[in-house]
Design a protein around this ligand. Structure first.
Ligand code: C2E
Ligand code: CA
Ligand code: CA
Length: 757
């Protein structure tokens, strides 16, 4: 549910960057090495080309020098003009015949009417044309283009399929004789040539440090080449050779070393990557642990508030997600801590958490928000109904008390459910669930609040009442206590009244106790209010010595740890005997933690204060309470009597409840008697006392006690403390009970309905 932290991608990122690093490093290393090698090779290649060029140039120079030597020769020049071919053959042609300096020689033009030529191993008598016409004409053109006084042209030619190094020039007198341009033009042209031999190639090979130097018709792959250009600048043949490759040699030499270094580098990089990855994984694990820890409640192991907040905030983004929030509050954790110690409290929390988790299915997320607060997110369709089912199961699981250190602690909780409404912000759902929980907490019977709109409206009026109540608690004069008499059937005993709280707020007006008591309970103000009422009752009781008062006590006040000691302290301070007080507890109090309530009742009774079970027959009456506890009184709710008039079976039921109550309790009071018929039925039931508008509506203390405008002034003095006047008061009550006619005459403020009857 939580988003994955960035660091979970760390191992992949590390691997990626390490790999990139290795690739870049080895790639650049390889590239640099390769560059060095190829530069070395390129350097060697260009060097070899220069050397080959030099070798060729030196051969060419050789030919040119001989050409200069042989063609600027006065004797031969004169012989040509004389027509002495033999002289030329013996001194010039013989050199070509012998092939030592040049192997081909030809003269034409000038004094020669036909070309004369000599070739190596040829005859002394001259031959004719030995060079191609193309070569000759090109050479002639090149010669004519020259500005020199003794022009010459060096070139290559292919003659007879072989490469020949040639020089063309004019046959002229010795260089010490000055020749004119005209003389030159009129002279014979000579061309001497020398075959490019394998010996020449071997010399060049050796000088240039190359191998496999060949003459070919074109370049060849894997070989360096250089064209041999003819006199017109056209490529005739190519020289090709293999140059030394020092780069390659270096590569070959260093390859094993490089391989070892590369392997070591890769190994180191792998090791470094592994170490970094291992550390990264440990870091991530630690981070995951820390995240878990930060989101886990240390005591219960449940997700904590942070985890809940994250989980709940994710919800609205999930498309069409249906979910309900359940807020839960464990009862009486503080008391458990205070009375049994924190270790026991912790056990209770842990036990409750376990039960909570057992109730959660795969779609339910449970968390402890802190203290006694828990929550659940129920997801999926029908979330609200499933949330209720979840709580029902939890209630069943909690029915078994927690056994810890010999103590048996009852588990109970209040809860609130709110279904998430699409488009509503989750905070609003949270607020609703909280409101529903508050409702569940303050309700006596249904401890599970399910949010509806009325709750919000009620909450607003509750808020108004709460504000009024808080102000009133600072000004207790707004509260009054009225009393309603409880009339004994046997006309004996002290006069009993039930104290009922009244509140008149300057703004809200008179607010009914049903309303403000509930608000006080919900807002936690009930104890404070309860003590104000008790103090007022004690003040009224202090004005008499005999009247006994029943005081309604909210279970929330009853269960306060110091309730009994506080009550006794106040009784003592007011000088009231404990026996003059009876506490009325509505029977619905029993649906809360029974054991704790029963213990508290026993504590109160052992202090001498009486306890009545109020409104019996209305709610979740369980006969077992009646046998389990001895209440001093049981008050049968008026609704039972009212419905008894409806049918025989209901009448029978009413009688049964009274007689059942009488079987376990000495004092059974029938409440809410409004008519003569009801009074008769109540009497017939055998009840011990009666209460209702027929006998007296709730009124001021002295009126309820029959002291105000009493026919017998002694009675007033009796209540003010004179014990000897007690019989008068009893007598007065009896009269009133026995004869309805007298009631009208009695100083009681009658209920309109009763007055009419
Ligand atoms: P309750 O304890 O059952 O009190 C009796 C209620 O029945 C009183 O209503 C009383 O006025 C009314 N009643 C008396 N006779 C008749 C009758 O013949 N017919 C009908 N229909 N009603 C009759 P009230 O005073 O409005 O009090 C309502 C409830 O408020 C009480 O019910 C009690 O539960 C609670 N309450 C009143 N005062 C206090 C108090 O000081 N502390 C606490 N904790 N609760 C109080
Ligand atoms: Ca009552
Ligand atoms: Ca009652």
């Amino acid at each position: 549910m939580t988003s994955q932290p960035k660091s979970y991608h760390l191992p992949r990122q590390i691997l990626f960057f390490m790999l990139i690093g290795v690739i870049i490093f080895s790639g650049s290393g390889f590239y640099t090495f390769q560059q060095i090698a190829s530069r070395l090779d390129a350097g060697a290649a260009s060097n070899s080309r220069d050397r080959v060029k030099e070798g060729l140039a030196s051969l060419q120079t050789h030919v040119r020098l001989f050409s200069k030597d042989y063609n600027n020769w006065t004797d031969v020049y004169a012989a040509a003009w004389r027509g002495d071919i033999e002289f030329i053959a013996n001194n010039y042609g013989i050199t070509a015949n012998q092939g030592e300096i040049f192997e081909l020689a030809m003269m034409f033009g000038g004094p020669f009417r036909r070309p004369v030529s000599w070739i190596e191993n040829g005859s002394r008598s001259p031959g004719g044309l030995i060079f191609s016409v193309e070569t000759i004409s090109s050479a002639l053109m090149a010669l004519e283009d020259q500005d020199e006084t003794r022009p010459s042209v060096d070139f290559f030619a292919v003659e007879g399929g072989r490469a020949v190094i040639m020089t063309a020039s004019y046959l002229l007198p010795d260089p010490d004789q000055i020749v004119t341009r005209d003389t030159v033009k009129a002279s014979a042209v000579t061309i001497i040539g020398r075959h490019l031999s394998s010996r020449d190639l071997a010399v060049i090979e050796q000088d240039a440090g190359i191998s496999d130097l060949q003459i070919t018709t074109g370049p060849k792959p894997g070989y360096l080449s250089m064209p041999l250009t003819d006199v017109t600048g056209r490529d005739t043949l190519h020289l090709i050779w293999k140059a030394a490759r020092p780069g390659m040699a270096l590569v070959e030499q260093l390859a094993p070393v490089i391989a070892i270094v590369a392997a070591a580098f890769v190994a180191l990089a792998t090791l470094a990557t592994w170490l970094v990855l291992r550390n990264a994984r440990q870091l991530i694990l630690r981070e995951v642990e820390a995240r878990e820890l930060a989101r886990t409640d240390a005591l219960t192991g449940l997700p904590n508030r942070l985890a809940f907040n994250e989980a709940v905030q994710v919800e609205p983004t999930t498309v069409a997600s249906e979910f309900a929030l359940v807020m839960m509050d464990l009862d009486r954790l503080k008391q458990t801590n205070d009375v049994l110690g924190h270790a026991v409290g912790d056990c209770v929390l842990r036990d409750f958490s376990e039960r909570l988790q057992l109730c959660a299915d795969a779609e339910t997320f449970v968390a402890r928000l802190g203290g006694d607060e828990f929550c659940a997110i129920v997801r999926g369709s029908g979330a609200a109904e499933r949330a209720q089912a979840f709580l029902a199961v939890l209630e069943v699981r909690c029915s078994k008390p927690v056994k810890v250190r010999g103590e048996s602690v009852h588990l109970s909780f209040s809860a609130g459910i709110a279904a998430h409404v699409l488009s509503e912000h989750v905070d609003e759902t949270l607020r609703k669930a909280d409101l529903a929980l508050r409702r569940g907490k303050s309700a006596l019977e249904e401890r599970i609040g399910i949010y509806d709109v009325d709750m919000d409206l009620a909450d607003k009026s509750t808020l108004l009442l709460e504000q009024g109540l808080r102000a009133a608690l600072r000004n207790p004069d707004e509260f009054r206590v009225v009393y309603q008499p409880i009339i004994p059937a046997n006309h004996n005993g002290a006069l009993r009244v039930e104290a009922l709280a009244r509140w008149t707020n300057p703004i809200l007006g008179a607010v009914g106790p049903d309303q403000f008591i509930r608000v006080a309970e919900r807002t936690g103000l009930i104890s404070e209010l309860g003590w104000i009422i008790i103090d007022k009752v004690l003040a009224d009781l202090a004005t008499t010595q005999t009247v006994c008062a029943s005081i309604n006590i909210s279970p929330l006040q009853l269960m306060k740890p110091d309730f009994v000691s506080d009550l006794l302290l106040r009784l003592n301070r007011a000088g009231i005997e404990t026996a003059r007080i009876q506490i009325e507890l509505t029977e619905n109090v029993m649906i809360r933690d029974q054991q704790a309530i029963l213990d508290r009742i026993r504590e109160i009774r052992s202090a001498g204060v009486k306890v009545a079970l109020d409104d019996f027959g209305t709610g979740f009456s369980a006969i077992s309470y009646l046998t389990a506890t001895e209440f001093d009184s049981i008050k049968i709710d008026g609704s039972l009597l009212r419905s008894a008039g409806d049918s025989q079976s209901r009448e029978d039921f009413f009688y049964s409840v009274v007689s059942l109550s009488r079987a376990v309790c000495r004092d059974v009071v029938v409440e809410g008697i409004e008519t003569q018929e009801q009074a008769q039925m109540a009497k017939n039931s055998g009840a011990d006392a009666f209460q209702g508008y027929l006998y007296g509506i709730p009124s001021a203390f002295d009126i309820a006690c029959g002291l105000h405008s009493s026919p017998d002034l002694n009675a007033r003095s009796a209540i003010s403390g004179k014990a000897d006047n007690l019989p008068n008061l009893i007598q007065w009550s009896e009269t009133r009970f026995q004869n309805n006619a007298t009631i009208l005459k009695l100083p009681l403020v009658m209920h309109p309905a009763a007055s009419k009857s």
